[in-house]
Design a protein around this ligand. Structure first.
Ligand code: IYR
Length: 225
């Protein structure tokens, strides 16, 4: 067993109760204005802003602190075009050939999605998020990683929140299968494509499906013991 060192909690900030109420309410109000958007403007977004959001995501807790995530940041028009081409091929099989199955397609009907994904080319940034099955606490390590899906899921949640907080919109796009992203992004087989995040400004006439505005109440999602 290795010796472990500890340091005092470096930057915890306590707030008076009244301020906790205010802060939690303000955060709820802010995050309630986040919506998945499928209609993106081509307006550019500075790379540094996206990088700050990725750094925010990388503060997520992770199994054994191995930080088993990789973010491929894609701004190149030709790479975006290739991703769109391959994603639409998969989506064509999913929707057109009904590979998703009847029940899945019925569940998606209220969202109005289809195989056409123009935003993969139009949005200024795509972030292909990969889950690393192998790695370690330092770059280049080859240990087994733990709780990979949980860790990357939490990091992705922070990324979405950071992007929203910065004033951007995002779409968690998940063509299935997503293996083609490994090749395009030069990621090894030990990486699993997790989510393709589309990021930018919303189109001026962007809409959200009514269906997406249905939110379960606190009562629906909570039990008290
Ligand atoms: N990947 C497809 C299908 C899709 C699946 C789910 I679950 C969604 O919540 C939304 C879409 C697509 O992007 O259209």
């Amino acid at each position: 067993m290795q010796k472990h060192d500890s340091v005092p909690l470096p930057d915890y900030q306590e707030y008076p109760l009244a301020e906790m109420h205010e802060r939690s309410t303000a955060f709820l109000e802010n995050v309630s204005r986040r919506h998945s958007v499928r209609s993106f403007s081509s307006r550019t977004v500075p790379q540094e802003i996206i990088e700050q959001c990725i750094k925010a995501a990388s503060t997520a807790p992770s199994g054994a602190n191995h930080q088993p995530w990789h973010f491929a940041l894609i701004g190149s028009d030709s790479v975006k075009a290739e991703i769109r081409l391959q994603a639409e091929q998969e989506e064509q099989r999913f929707y057109g050939e009904k590979r998703g199955g009847e029940a899945w397609l019925n569940a998606l009907a209220p969202l109005g999605t289809d195989a056409s994904k123009p935003y993969l080319e139009k949005a200024p940034w795509l972030i292909a998020i990969f889950a690393e099955r192998r790695g370690g606490v330092e770059k280049g390590m080859e240990h087994k990683n733990y709780y990979v899906a949980e860790s990357v899921g939490i990091a992705t949640g922070i990324l979405i929140t950071a992007l929203h907080n910065a004033g951007l919109v995002a779409l968690t796009h998940t063509p299935k299968p997503m293996g083609f992203l490994n090749k395009i992004c030069n990621r090894p087989d030990s990486n699993k494509a997790y989510i393709l995040m589309v990021v930018g400004y919303p189109e001026i006439d962007a809409t959200v499906p009514q269906h997406a505005l249905i939110k379960k109440s606190l009562d629906d999602i909570t039990t008290y013991l």
